[in-house]
Unconditional design. Structure first.
Length: 217
């Protein structure tokens, strides 16, 4: 909702201006993303040089263009499932575990003409991960759904720091002794634990299991 949605809108706006995508309707169906985008819009002083040159010099708002529609109400969101013809629906995923995105995926998966584009991390056991793994059929809202839609994943929109950035961050914290790794796949956590310890800057790295508790001194 915050950051990634706005980046997608920005890039779609660029593609739209350059006539590189069809002039089809685009819907942002996430109340939080819509509210966050309003904050982005109110603070152009924070934009970088590329945004200034691409949009502000032309008196354009990077987060508003023709055929871009912000959906707010539940009724408007439900109405999207009854629309005919091609469109783009951007909805904050929550790993497709809850909210409006689940309804859109349920509607989209049986049709081979649809594409579900996943640009965020999907944890093990979530509906998003099951989609990526090609599980078919899928259980959505208590009912099996056959998957005929294309499922595509993009890795270039990650909002997280990479391994090198995390190591750089950790080794510049004075007095750091203990680190808890609570995010990421188990094998990646183990590998990063070894890399942290190899820096000699950290003496204790813990990967907590569910239910573990710790006393911090």
């Amino acid at each position: 909702s915050i950051g990634r949605t706005q980046e997608m809108i920005y890039l779609l706006h660029e593609l739209w201006d350059k006539k590189l995508i069809p002039q089809l309707p685009i819907y942002i169906d996430s109340p939080l993303a819509t509210n966050a985008t309003e904050i982005f819009t109110k603070h152009p002083e924070c934009y970088d040089k590329d945004t200034f040159e691409a949009f502000l010099m032309k008196a354009h708002n990077p987060f508003t263009f023709r055929n871009l529609n912000y959906i707010r109400t539940v009724e408007e969101s439900k109405a999207l499932n009854d629309k005919h013809g091609p469109c783009i629906i951007i909805s904050a995923s929550g790993m497709i575990e809850g909210g409006r995105i689940v309804h859109h995926v349920k509607k989209a998966v049986p049709d081979h003409k649809n594409t579900i584009l996943i640009i965020g991390y999907m944890a093990e056991g979530t509906l998003g991960r099951k989609l990526l793994q090609g599980q078919n059929p899928l259980m959505i809202h208590g009912k099996e759904r056959q998957v005929a839609a294309d499922v595509v994943e993009l890795h270039s929109f990650s909002a997280h720091a990479d391994k090198h950035e995390l190591l750089e961050f950790a080794t510049h914290i004075k007095g750091l002794k203990k680190v808890f790794l609570v995010h990421g796949e188990p094998d990646q956590q183990e590998a990063f634990k070894e890399q942290l310890l190899s820096t000699k800057h950290v003496t204790d790295v813990i990967i907590p299991a569910p239910g573990d508790s710790f006393t911090l001194e």
